[in-house]
Ligand binder design. Sequence first.
Ligand SMILES: Nc1nc2c(ncn2[C@@H]2O[C@H](COP(=O)(O)OP(=O)(O)OP(=O)(O)O)[C@@H](O)[C@H]2O)c(=O)[nH]1
Ligand SMILES: [Mg+2]
Length: 311
Amino acid sequence: MDQEITENIPAGDLSVNHKAGFVSIVGKPNVGKSTLMNQLVGERLSIITAKAQTTRHRIMGILNGTHNGQEFQLVYSDTPGIIKPLYKLQESMMSFVRGSIEDADVILFVTDIFELHDENDVIERLKKSEVPVLLLINKIDHATQEQVNEKIAYWQENFTAQEIIPISALNGFNTEHVFESIISRLPQHPAYFPKDELTDKPERFFASEIIREKIFLNYKKEVPYSSEVVVTGFKEKEDIIVIQAEILVERATQRAILLGEGGKMIKKTGIMAREELERFFGKKVFLEQFVKVEPDWRQKERMLKRLGYDE
Ligand SMILES: Nc1nc2c(ncn2[C@@H]2O[C@H](COP(=O)(O)OP(=O)(O)OP(=O)(O)O)[C@@H](O)[C@H]2O)c(=O)[nH]1
Ligand SMILES: [Mg+2]
């Protein structure tokens, strides 16, 4: 299991007594990439749902600390699950994945012990990169030792990784081992971000993601995939944050579903979002939501740019 290979490890600038690097978390949809990033960073930065393609952006989570007497900064990137894009939004999602693989010092290739995904498109992308890859077999909390061993054997046959590590991102099982493996491969480099920054994204982004998470949880079929959230107002007052959010959908029928009978469903979604926003920001939140039809926004380049889907 431990295939420690020390070649390929960038030494970086040895005169700097500090380690820093970019760690990209990639894999198929729904394997637990966002769960893992939150676990490794120790914050709930990325939204998580049981539905595939929850994450649409590259989201950085920054971890600073000291390891064996040396300061370090790990810049994790959570990314969208790798798929063959069918529409423009998904093309942008895949360009975020590409960018994060290009920047990486270490790649975490996350797989699911139970799902038999066709992982070839992930492997194709990783083949082009020279960066060390740690292959993580996730969700082993429900697996037997025998199933874990079988999966390790499968991956030893089918992929060349520097290490194969079975984990449970949900329970944090073996994630400390993952951290140690990353740190040992990190180059000497000054910090990339100020030490008090937790992420590269603004507060508004997290507000919109939290609302989107509740839409993913409350609606079925194509509705979550056709929805996008834009925070149009974010005012922090002394004791409350006032947030206005537009929810875009592609069709009038989806708007009706989102609202629900007598506005019941949107109200429920709003309450769930507000509670989560209050936890996230540690403050009272007043949330106003407006549902708008923006025909085919997922296909329109100009709209996607406006919504932040360009690199
Ligand atoms: N049992 C179990 N479930 C897990 C584990 N890690 C993640 N999950 C579940 O798997 C589902 C997907 O998790 P995410 O973290 O959103 O997966 P993702 O890879 O980020 O998915 P996309 O953003 O859609 O690509 C959620 O229901 C998680 O709770 C794990 O270690 N064990
Ligand atoms: Mg995700």
